[in-house]
Design a protein around this ligand. Structure first.
Ligand SMILES: Cc1cc2nc3c(=O)[nH]c(=O)nc-3n(C[C@H](O)[C@H](O)[C@H](O)COP(=O)(O)O)c2cc1C
Length: 215
């Protein structure tokens, strides 16, 4: 696969944030990122990170209320703030807008109906971006961590913006790749929207059982 061909496949949707700053120098991406992260009314954002973490709960029933584009931009920008191996950003985000493709994704995700959510983001590994001179399996390991962490950041950002989400890990990789039109392997599908109802967080194991102290 030559790199030009791959480039075409990675950015098929032509994503444009709803508001963009007047940028005059070459440092476009970072200015844009900061602008999106700082923009919008602050009252819609819960800035208490630990409260956001404490309240997050997976949602499989979304209301029909559309998600504001400014919120979607912030969720995507949040992914781009995540650390990545060597800062090579070994992942890509596919923002699935087409209702027809969302329906096909439901099928690719073991017929989980809630994949047809107001906002659907597919996080894919892109080990070819990770330019370390390490064996391929290490680059693949970095790319899956990059993609997973980025999706986690987006999930928390969604919660902070008053939305809810469901992380989908149960899917047929090949089918998802066909639907979104890429040769990159997906790591997760993040489905986001306003929850039909707010639920209490699920219980976890006792922290004492979770942590293993190593001296
Ligand atoms: C790696 C991973 C894969 C998951 N895959 C699915 C999935 O395919 N379908 C689904 O409904 N939920 C999936 N979930 C969501 C979990 O079921 C959910 O996070 C878990 O029950 C804990 O609930 P909470 O998120 O509300 O704390 C997945 C979560 C993770 C982290």
């Amino acid at each position: 696969m030559d790199s030009e061909k791959k480039e075409e496949k990675i950015y098929p949707q032509g994503y444009e944030p709803v508001i963009t700053p007047d940028i005059s120098n070459d440092n476009t991406r970072n200015q844009l990122l900061d602008f999106i992260l700082q923009s919008g009314p602050s009252e819609v954002v819960d800035t208490d990170l630990f409260a956001v973490m404490a309240k997050r709960r997976s949602t499989r029933k979304f209301s029909d209320k559309p998600v504001e584009t400014t919120k979607i931009d912030k969720i995507i920008a949040a992914a781009d703030t995540a650390p990545t191996a060597g800062n090579y950003q070994g992942f890509e985000i596919f923002y699935v807008k087409s209702p027809e493709k969302k329906k096909l994704l439901v099928g690719a995700c073991n017929n989980q109906p809630y994949v047809d959510a107001p906002v659907v983001l597919v996080f894919c590994k892109n080990p070819s971006r990770v330019k370390f001179d390490f064996p391929e399996y290490i680059l693949a390991k970095f790319a899956i961590q990059d993609a997973t962490l980025a999706a986690g950041y987006s999930q928390l950002a969604s919660q902070a913006l008053g939305l809810s989400s469901i992380w989908i890990g149960m899917f047929d990789e090949q089918k998802v790749m066909e639907v979104i039109g890429t040769d990159l392997i997906p790591s997760s599908v993040l489905c986001i929207g306003y929850p039909e109802q707010t639920k209490f967080p699920k219980p976890r194991r006792n922290l004492k059982d979770l942590v293993h102290v190593v001296w």
